[in-house]
Design a protein around this ligand. Structure first.
Ligand code: HEM
Length: 136
C-alpha cells in the first residue's frame, strides 16, 4: 500500500505541475499581440496538455485503487473525491481552451485567466488538509 501511495503522491504532484502551468500559459496567450508568439504558445499548450492528461488519469486511478483496494472510508474521502471530480472537469475545460486558443477563438481576458489559474491552488489546499488531517 505504501508503494501505491508513494506513486499516487508522485502522479498528483506531476498533475498539479501541469494544472498550475497550463493556465499560466493561457494568461500569456491572452496578452500576446504577435502571431509568432501565439503560434509558439499554441504548441506549448498542446504538448503540455497531451503530456499531463495521462498523468492526471494515473493520479485518479492510484487514488481509487487506494480507496477501493485498502478499505479507506470516511466523510473526508467523499469530500476529497468530490473536489477531485471538480478538478477533472477543470482539466477537461483546459483541454477545451487549448482548442479555442488553437483556433484563435479565445475571447477571455488575461485577468480572467489569472483568477482561473488560482482554482487548482484552492483545491490542492483543501484536498491535502482533507487527506492528511481527515477533519471529519
Ligand atoms: C479520485 C481521486 C482520489 C482518490 C480516490 C484518492 C484517495 C486516496 C487515499 C485512499 C489515500 C490514502 C490516505 C491515507 O493513507 O491516509 C490517498 C492519499 C493521498 N492523496 Fe489521494 N486520492 C485521489 C486523488 C488525489 C488528488 C487529486 C490529490 C491532490 C490534490 C491527492 C492527494 C493525496 C495525498 C497528499 C495523499 C497522502 C496522504 C498521507 O499520506 O497522509 N489525492 N488518496
Amino acid at each position: 500500500m505504501l508503494w501505491l501511495k508513494a506513486f499516487h503522491i508522485f502522479f498528483v504532484i506531476s498533475w498539479f505541475a501541469g494544472l498550475f502551468y497550463l493556465p499560466r500559459i493561457f494568461v500569456n496567450h491572452a496578452m500576446a499581440q504577435e502571431q509568432v508568439v501565439r503560434e509558439r504558445l499554441k504548441l506549448m499548450e498542446r504538448k503540455l496538455y497531451r503530456f499531463v492528461t495521462p498523468i492526471g488519469a494515473l493520479a485518479v486511478i492510484t487514488g481509487l485503487w487506494l480507496w477501493l483496494g485498502f478499505g479507506f472510508s470516511g466523510a473526508w474521502l467523499h469530500a476529497k473525491t468530490t473536489l477531485v471530480a471538480g478538478l477533472v472537469v477543470y482539466h477537461f475545460y483546459c483541454g477545451h481552451l487549448v482548442k479555442e486558443f488553437a483556433a484563435d477563438r479565445n475571447s477571455r481576458s488575461h485577468v480572467w485567466f489569472r483568477f482561473f489559474n488560482e482554482v487548482p491552488v484552492l483545491v490542492l489546499i483543501a484536498v491535502v488538509i482533507l487527506v492528511v488531517v481527515k477533519p471529519f
